[in-house]
Design a protein around this ligand. Sequence first.
Ligand SMILES: *[C@@H]1O[C@H](CO)[C@@H](O)[C@H](O)[C@H]1NC(C)=O
Ligand SMILES: *[C@@H]1O[C@H](CO)[C@@H](O)[C@H](O)[C@H]1NC(C)=O
Length: 356
Amino acid sequence: MKSLLLTLFLLAIYPSSFAGSLNSGDACSVGNNRLQTGTFQFWSECNSVSFCDETSSTCVPKRCRKDDFPFGYPQGSSDIPPKCEKGEFCPDEGSDCQPLLAIGSDCQLNRDDQCEAPPNFKELADTSGRGLNFNGSVCLNNKCYWANATLGTQCVFENTPYIAYGVSGEFIDIVSRGNCKIGLYCDSGSSTCMKNKLLGDACTADKECDSWNCLSSGVCGETAATPHHFGTWVYVLVALGIIGGMSGTLTGLYFAHRKQREQDRAKRAQYWREQNAFHQNLMQMRETARASILSLKTGGRGNEYGSRDASDESHSNLQPNGPKASGLRNYIDDGSSEMDDSLMMHSGRKMNEGRF
Ligand SMILES: *[C@@H]1O[C@H](CO)[C@@H](O)[C@H](O)[C@H]1NC(C)=O
Ligand SMILES: *[C@@H]1O[C@H](CO)[C@@H](O)[C@H](O)[C@H]1NC(C)=O
């Protein structure tokens, strides 16, 4: 199996592990090192911060890392091992930094960075970010190559069947890599370098397309990273929707408030009419009172009963003490709340009934 072949050379020197459950100091077996099914991630019996040391067959703490943020260490931990210097690499195990490997040496899966760069690395290096090679070198079938094969010449390729997950479930995603120069791909049938296909050309794999995207319809499509653009009508529709929603809300609020305003205005007008009527009643009542007081003063005792009969019953009930006129006025001044309003109107009406 390819996964077992993976790192024979490196394992022979620095056996170690990745994300098992054994802690540092526990006994382990280098023979159990493997690549995970589907992901081809390196795995050993030792936990993520240690590797299985071949000479002692125990888990020992890792001594180098290849990631900026290695898995398994707490943030800011002082145990994080160092990265390797230029011209060196850290194997998947995390055992020790090693010098870059010469062409033809054994390397680990997808670790193009373990191989030494060609003299013309500037010309061969992949700058697309697709990881077609590292600094012009490439690790294929666990051997180091330079990605320098030219159009029509023999090339080497490696197909890795990763397990991928889609809407319809698991499927195999075959990633094919080769040692052809940038702009060419290694054809699996003839093992020769062919020119990358352009948009719309027939294809059978992503690697054949310049865009690295062979559609299920069998033609090269746009790069998967191409942003999706919408037609002008979509923007117009969205703008109309926004404007329509805003004006609809404003219109609705305007009508709702207008209704409310009219109700309030009617209430105020009604209140004003009642207050006005009440006020006039009071004036008349005061006149009556003054007239009766005058008649009392001028008419003498004999008229007392008659004038008392003429005085308003509710009037005297409302204001039993103090001067009648000012007391009533105070009562009106207090009428600010609705409850007072209704009380006052009620009294006013009562007085009306009493008076007329
Ligand atoms: C690429 O290889 C050259 C030559 O070995 C080296 O000087 C350079 O630093 C390498 N570049 C990277 C990004 O590793
Ligand atoms: C191309 O790379 C191979 C190693 O993969 C090397 O042996 C060969 O000399 C290189 N050819 C040229 C023209 O650089």
